[in-house]
Design a protein around this ligand. Structure first.
Ligand SMILES: Nc1ncnc2c1ncn2[C@@H]1O[C@H](COP(=O)(O)OP(=O)(O)OP(=O)(O)O)[C@@H](O)[C@H]1O
Length: 258
């Protein structure tokens, strides 16, 4: 197989056991450039755990993870980031005492660490700030650039997390319920941003999401996890009308919610 034929991201038989409980069970799935895949399933289905196994926050009990055909299963999270995996964490990755701008500048700097020398530091500093400001404009936080991160509203903290992920310029972008806890006027900023990122067809986007309207408007494909198993995979309308999904959701009374 040539390099070009590899999916950007793939999992093969990915499994994790917590004691007797198998949270992700033998999940084989491939993700391709220029696509947005929504990962849905009832509470406790294994969605976040699947993300943690892909990004390296959790170590698999079995199975493998590939990025551009390379087996990264044994790589720790930072090395997977180097290989192209970007993830917006839920409020765990911010520097609370630094300003919004400083948070993003650090992410920009982490990306462009190569070739950073004392000699060029002053001009690089201006460039890094400009890049950070550009990211803040994209996530709608430019007017809060000077604010201390800890003082932001919940919704703005979530925007900042997305900004930090964008600043790293990875090819694979993973969003875990990006608008959870956001107000009705905050959520559209993030959804429009995901739409814009998707329009840049070089990216591969994975989105864990419960809201059906968000899934309908963004996803090219839906995969469904249930009790750790991948139980459905396909085009949104096809998956939503499949008997297994109807049964899984109708049974739990969350058909319209997913
Ligand atoms: N570190 C852990 N130790 C033990 N059990 C865990 C751990 N992480 C997750 N689990 C269990 O694995 C299962 C899957 O959890 P996970 O958070 O991945 O589900 P989810 O589909 O993301 O749910 P939600 O929609 O509620 O976020 C749950 O039963 C959960 O209790």
């Amino acid at each position: 197989m040539t390099h070009a034929e590899h999916p950007v991201l793939a999992t093969e038989g990915l499994t994790i056991r917590f004691g007797g409980h198998v949270a992700v069970n033998d999940v084989t799935c491939a993700f391709h450039r220029g696509t947005l895949t929504a990962i849905v399933g009832p509470n406790g289905a294994g969605k976040t755990t699947y993300f943690n196994l892909i990004s390296g926050q959790l170590k698999a009990t079995g199975g493998r993870v590939f990025v551009n055909g390379e087996d990264v299963t044994r790589f720790p999270a930072p090395r997977r980031t180097e290989r192209g995996i970007g993830r917006a964490f839920q409020l765990t990755n911010l520097f609370p005492n630094l300003s919004v701008l400083e948070n993003v500048r650090l992410a920009v700097q982490a990306r462009s660490a190569h070739g950073f020398s004392l000699f060029s530091m002053a001009s690089r500093h201006v460039e890094l700030i400009e890049q950070a400001e550009h990211v803040l404009a994209r996530v709608g936080l430019l007017d809060r650039a000077g604010a201390v991160a800890a003082t932001l509203s919940h919704g703005n903290k979530r925007k900042l997390e997305v900004g930090m992920m964008l600043a790293l310029e990875r090819d694979i972008l993973m969003f875990d319920e990006p608008t959870a806890g956001m107000s009705v006027d905050e959520a559209p900023v993030i959804l429009d941003l995901i739409r814009q990122i998707k329009a840049d067809t070089s990216k591969t986007i994975l989105l864990v999401e419960h809201k059906m309207d968000v899934i309908r408007s963004l996803a090219d494909r839906i995969i469904v996890l249930h009790n750790g198993y991948l139980v459905a995979d396909g085009a949104p309308e096809e998956v939503m009308s499949s008997p297994i999904v109807q049964e899984a959701y109708l049974g739990t009374g969350v058909a319209d919610h997913v």
